[in-house]
Design a protein around this ligand. Structure first.
Ligand code: 9YW
Length: 423
């Protein structure tokens, strides 16, 4: 790798963030994703914090202005009209004052809140803004366990692949066979007009994404009904780990602000979640696996969703095993961390969440590995990430074999993560 000109890369990352900034929220990239996405915004705020603390808080505050009365925070907020994305507000038809989607996304807000709070230079503003957000994020956490863990198991289910943020992961293939496609309204995809169709989900997958949306819409987006009515109920270890870590971080902020009730509730959620997560461990894969709640079986699919739990405080031997699994993948892939095990025949180095490297996942894994003392692997992942952007720019995702940039370009969360890696 050519030597990294840190200040040039820093400036370039800030340029990408500013280019996608729409004032009070940031789009993931112009063209392909012209609205506000939930977990993108939380990662984005971490990047914005390097050059504008006030703007970083606003990014998350804007997202939470669109929290539903029941506590859910939607995965997309459609702030402005834009035909460039499908499915738009008319398909979701959630009836919100500002249109939103009707499903959620990985709850990274608790983690982001703690980061902004602890790094803040303006302490007075940080305390005021953190207190406001704390209540809202706590309400979202409570929503998860009430609506997505109806039997109190300590683990929540996602009801749509878009909720995991890993749209076409191999994790969902089996469960998707149970999702019908009959009766869906005819539609035209937009994503394939912005990005290479060979790097995107297939039509068969899109049909099922839409069937689920239409099914939930017919149920009036009533979250008390959706879980039991969904043929797709997956307990994703990565999603749960993000929620668990978010609850633990929320508890820390609550403690610092003297909000003991919120602190106690979230510490309890995190502890229960962590204990339950261990049910998803696979010794033979050296990582966690998804659980299909409909069948009660673990899903035999070694995806990055099963490595992400290192982001929560999992037992040390589990973190060590995950580090070994990643090192093993590094023998096949030039760049870390592939979103699916390259040794699996279903691995596809270019197709979205079935193989490519995503810098946000790298970031969560690095954070966890570093906390677990696995610094050599963590450093290798950081080096890989910076090499990718140097070689291929701020892409949406990258081919782990060649480093080729894939999907959308000049991507916000990629730029935000680079600022974190440079730090
Ligand atoms: C979609 C915005 C989103 C991410 C998801 C990613 C992709 C496509 O892009 O979703 O149509 O929502 O899978 O994780 O939040 O960057």
């Amino acid at each position: 790798m050519t030597t990294l000109d840190k200040s040039r890369v820093f400036d370039h990352a800030v340029e990408v963030l500013k280019e996608n900034d729409r004032g009070s929220y940031t789009v993931p990239t112009k063209g392909l994703y012209p609205f506000q996405w939930n977990w993108d915004s939380c990662f984005t705020a971490l990047g914005q914090n390097y050059y504008d603390e006030d703007r970083a808080w606003t990014e998350i505050e804007t997202l939470f202005e669109h929290q539903w009365p029941d506590g859910m925070v939607p995965h997309i907020v459609f702030h402005v009209h834009d035909d460039g994305y499908f499915p738009g507000p008319d398909v979701w038809a959630t009836g919100r004052p500002t249109a939103t989607s009707g499903i959620t996304q990985p709850p990274i807000a608790g983690f982001a809140l703690r980061q902004l709070f602890e790094r803040a230079k303006d302490r007075t503003a940080a305390e005021r803004r953190a207190r406001e957000l704390l209540r809202k994020i706590d309400k979202w956490s409570a929503w998860f366990y009430a609506n997505r863990d109806p039997h109190g198991e300590g683990l929540v289910a996602i009801l749509h692949p878009w909720e995991a943020g890993r749209d076409n992961s191999i994790d969902w293939d089996e469960a998707f066979e149970r999702v019908p496609t009959e009766g869906i309204a005819p539609y035209t995809r937009r994503d394939t007009q912005h990005a290479d169709p060979a790097h995107r989900p297939t039509k068969a997958q899109y049909d099922r994404y839409l069937w689920l949306v239409e099914h939930f819409r017919k149920l009036g987006w009533d979250n008390s009904k959706l879980h039991d009515a969904s043929p797709f109920q997956i307990v994703d270890p990565g999603f749960n780990a993000i929620l668990i870590r978010g609850c633990a971080d929320l508890a820390m902020v609550a403690e610092a602000l003297g909000e003991s009730e919120i602190a106690t509730a979230n510490r309890a959620r995190a502890e229960k979640g962590l204990a339950a997560l261990d049910r998803l461990w696979s010794e033979s894969h050296g990582q966690y696996l998804c659980l299909d709640r409909t069948t009660g079986n673990l899903v035999d699919s070694a995806s990055i969703g099963g490595l992400l739990p290192v982001f929560a405080t999992i037992p040390a031997e589990r973190a060590r095993a995950i580090a070994r699994t990643i090192e093993r993948m590094g023998e096949r892939a030039k760049y870390l961390v592939p979103s699916h095990d390259p040794a699996d025949a279903r691995f596809d180095s270019k197709r979205y969440w079935r193989g490519p490297v995503w810098l946000v996942c790298n970031y969560l894994i690095v954070d966890g590995l570093a906390a677990a003392g696995k610094t050599a692997v963590a450093d290798r992942i950081i080096a890989s990430s910076l090499e990718l952007i140097q070689q291929s720019g701020f892409a949406e995702y990258y081919d782990p074999m060649t480093g080729e940039p894939l999907g959308g370009g000049r991507f916000t969360w990629t730029a935000a993560m680079v600022l974190e890696f440079l730090d």
